[in-house]
Design a protein around this ligand. Structure first.
Ligand SMILES: [Zn+2]
Length: 239
């Protein structure tokens, strides 16, 4: 796929409204931090002519999973980036982690899509064209979606490694590989998706830092630098 336009990043600040997410020992709410980091990140991406950033929410409102995922049905999004803050019973646990969708979950989503003819999801143009010309060939459709998923997963792993490299400069990084999960927000069959847990709200030190604008900006800068690193090296193709 030739890149003729900007790379669109859909930033999804976790939780919101009546859903505060995790809460720190000093009362800091996850929904506030995810929103602040997301707004900072959007600012940075919008200043860069390589990117176009969209937010699933830009205020303290509640959004269902369906509403968050609707952005991916109709918009041409190149990457979904969901931002969260982790929590643990053990207050000494700290650090960032990245999550991507599990193979099982994605294969289930692809099978459901192929069986359910009514559901309309938009794919990249080259894939839409093949689907249009082969309307009833479900085996071909499944093969193409499986191949696309393999590409998405390879991209998610590479991008995760770029993100870990950048975060290593500012925070303790325990693992440099993403984890796999069956998470609804990561399970769109037409968009590569990753979820970043930007620290532990239940760790006293991280809660203290996460509360400050300076640290929220630092996290946004770090994510931005990794996206820039990853995408600017992909000179002609998005994937
Ligand atoms: Zn969360």
């Amino acid at each position: 796929m030739k890149r003729t336009k900007k790379i669109t990043i859909l930033i999804d600040p976790g939780h919101g409204g009546q859903d505060p997410g995790s809460i720190g020992h000093r009362g800091l709410k996850e929904k506030e931090i995810t929103l602040k980091i997301a707004i900072q990140l959007k600012k940075l991406l919008d200043k860069d002519k390589l990117f176009n950033a969209v937010l699933t929410r830009n205020n303290d409102s509640y959004l269902s999973l369906k509403k968050r995922k609707n952005f991916l049905k109709y918009q041409n999004v190149n990457l979904l980036l969901s931002i969260h803050v982790d929590s643990s019973q053990k207050s000494y646990v700290s650090g960032i982690s990245i999550w991507i969708v599990s193979n099982n979950r994605m294969h289930r989503e692809i099978n459901n899509f192929i069986k359910n003819k009514k559901e309309k999801i938009y794919f990249y143009k080259n894939i839409e064209d093949i689907f249009k010309n082969n309307k009833n060939d479900i085996y071909l459709k499944k093969t193409i979606l499986d191949l696309q998923f393999n590409n998405f997963q390879a991209m998610e792993i590479k991008l995760s490694s770029c993100i870990f490299q950048e975060f290593k400069k500012i925070i303790k990084v325990n693992k440099i590989k993403p984890n796999y999960a069956s998470l609804g927000i990561l399970s769109s069959i037409n968009t590569p998706s990753i979820l970043i847990e930007t620290g532990f709200i239940t760790n006293f030190e991280e809660e203290k830092k996460l509360k400050t604008i300076a640290y929220q900006k630092k996290i946004a800068n770090t994510i931005y630098a990794s996206l820039k690193n990853y995408f600017q090296n992909k000179s002609t193709s998005v994937f």
